[in-house]
Design a protein around this ligand. Structure first.
Ligand code: AN7
Length: 369
C-alpha cells in the first residue's frame, strides 16, 4: 500500500476530490521534485486569505486588505511550507537526521516533519527566548532540543559549522529547498485573488520568507499566471533591524522573539527582492507590533503571534502611502497560540476571577446589573 510519505509528487495518494494533498503534490510542476522524491507531508499549505475590512478602514481611503493566515499550517506557522520540501529532499538524498537553529517555529516544523518522515531531528535554540507553545510542540514531536547560552545568530553559525563535519542535513533557510517550498504561499495568494496584490506586507527575521514570496511572484509573472508583481514591504523589529540599519546587530532585542535576529541569513537576496519590487524594508517598534497584534485579534478575529503582527504594524505605519483602491496582503506567519505568555501579558484584558456561582454575581460581572 502506498502511504503519503512513500508516494512521489506526481502520484499523490488517491483520496476524495476535496482532499488537499499538501503543497508539493499540488504545486509539483513548480518545484524541484521528481517522482523519485519521497514526499514527507502533513498536508501543509492552502491557508486562507481572510478579508480584513477593519484594517482597510484604518487606511482612510477605499482599499482592500487581506490576511494570508499561514498560522493555520499543521504546526502553526509558514515554516511547514519550507520544511516539507527540505525534509523530503534530505530524505531523497539519503539523510536520516536533520538539524536547524531556530527562534522556535523552524524547530517545531523540523521536529514534526522529521517525525512524519521517520528521521531524527536536532534543534539548537537560544536559551530562554523561545515562546512556550513552540517549545511544547518541539518536545512533543520528539526532537532533541539543545538550548545554548547565546542568541539565534550564534546558533545558526554553530549548526552551519556542525553540518560541514557531521552527517546531519541542515534545514535552515540557507537550504535552498526551504525557500522553494515557501514560494508557494505567493502562488496561493495569486490563485486566490486572481492576480498579484499591489502591496505585500511581511515580517522580516532571517529575510528568507520575503525572498521566497518574491521568487513565487516572479515565477507566476514569468509564466503569465499574474499580470504584475507586488511591492514587497518587509518589516523588521526595531531592536533587531539589521537590514534597515545596514549593520549586524550584535544583541538583537524585541518582544517578537521569532524575529529576534541580528544577522539575517538571506540579507543580500532580500535586499535585491525589495529593491526590484520598488518596495522597502523598514522597522516597527515593539509598541507598534503589540498594537497591531491586539487590533488583529479584537477587530478581525485573527490571533497571530507578535512577529506576524509586524506586517500589519508596518502597513499602519505606511498608511499615508497606500494608493487608493490598492489591494494589500499582509502575511501572518504564525499562530497566536504559539505564545500564550505574551498574549496574557499584553491583551489589555482581564479575567474576572473568583466570581460566586449565582446569577446576581454573574450579571454584575457582565456589567448588566
Ligand atoms: C512567526 O523559526 O527564523 O524572515 O527560526 O517564526 O523568513 O526569517 C522564524 C522566523 C516571521 C521571519 N514570522 O521569517 C525560526 C525563524 C514568524 C517567524 C519570521 C519567523 P524570515
Amino acid at each position: 500500500m502506498l502511504t503519503l510519505s512513500e508516494s512521489g509528487p506526481l502520484s499523490p495518494p488517491q483520496l476524495g476530490s476535496r482532499h488537499w494533498p499538501g503543497l508539493i503534490h499540488h504545486y509539483a510542476q513548480w518545484l524541484p521534485v521528481t517522482d523519485a522524491t519521497p514526499v514527507v507531508s502533513l498536508c501543509e499549505g492552502n491557508t486562507p486569505l481572510i478579508a480584513a475590512p477593519a484594517i482597510a478602514k484604518r487606511m482612510g481611503k477605499p482599499c482592500e486588505v487581506y490576511l494570508k493566515y499561514d498560522g493555520l499550517n499543521p504546526t502553526g506557522s509558514f515554516k511547514d511550507r519550507g520544511m516539507t520540501m527540505a525534509v523530503s529532499k534530505a530524505k531523497e538524498a539519503g539523510a536520516s537526521a536533520i538539524i536547524c537553529a531556530s527562534t522556535g517555529n523552524t524547530s517545531a516544523a523540523a521536529a514534526a516533519y522529521a517525525a512524519q518522515g521517520n528521521m531524527k531531528a536536532y534543534v539548537v535554540i537560544p536559551d530562554g527566548y523561545v515562546a512556550k507553545g513552540k517549545l511544547a510542540q518541539t518536545l512533543m514531536y520528539g526532537a532533541e532540543i539543545i538550548a545554548i547560552k547565546d542568541n539565534f545568530d550564534k546558533a545558526l553559525a554553530m549548526v552551519r559549522q556542525l553540518t560541514e563535519k557531521y552527517p546531519v542535513a541542515l534545514v535552515n533557510s540557507v537550504n535552498r529547498y526551504r525557500l522553494e517550498g515557501q514560494k508557494t504561499a505567493a502562488f496561493e495568494v495569486v490563485d486566490s485573488l486572481g492576480d498579484a496584490p499591489d502591496w505585500l506586507c511581511i515580517p522580516v527575521g532571517n529575510a528568507g520568507n520575503i525572498t521566497a514570496y518574491w521568487m513565487g511572484f516572479c515565477h507566476y509573472y514569468q509564466h503569465k499566471k499574474a499580470t504584475r508583481r507586488p511591492r514587497m514591504m518587509g518589516f523588521e523589529a526595531e531592536g533587531s533591524a539589521a537590514i534597515v540599519r545596514n549593520q549586524v546587530i550584535e544583541h538583537p532585542e524585541t518582544i517578537a522573539t521569532a524575529i529576534r535576529i541580528g544577522n539575517p541569513a538571506s540579507w543580500v537576496r532580500a535586499k535585491a527582492s525589495y529593491q526590484a519590487s520598488h518596495g522597502t524594508i523598514d522597522s516597527v517598534t515593539d509598541d507598534e507590533i503589540l498594537d497591531a497584534y491586539r487590533l488583529l485579534a479584537r477587530s478581525c478575529g485573527v490571533f497571530c503571534e507578535p512577529a506576524s503582527a509586524a506586517s500589519v504594524a508596518g502597513l499602519l505605519k505606511y498608511r499615508d502611502q497606500v494608493p487608493a483602491h490598492a489591494r494589500i496582503v499582509c502575511v501572518l506567519t504564525g499562530n497566536g497560540l504559539k505564545d500564550p505568555e505574551t498574549a496574557i501579558l499584553h491583551s489589555h484584558a482581564q479575567i474576572q476571577t473568583g466570581v460566586e456561582p449565582d446569577l446576581k454575581s454573574i450579571v454584575k460581572a457582565m456589567g448588566m446589573d
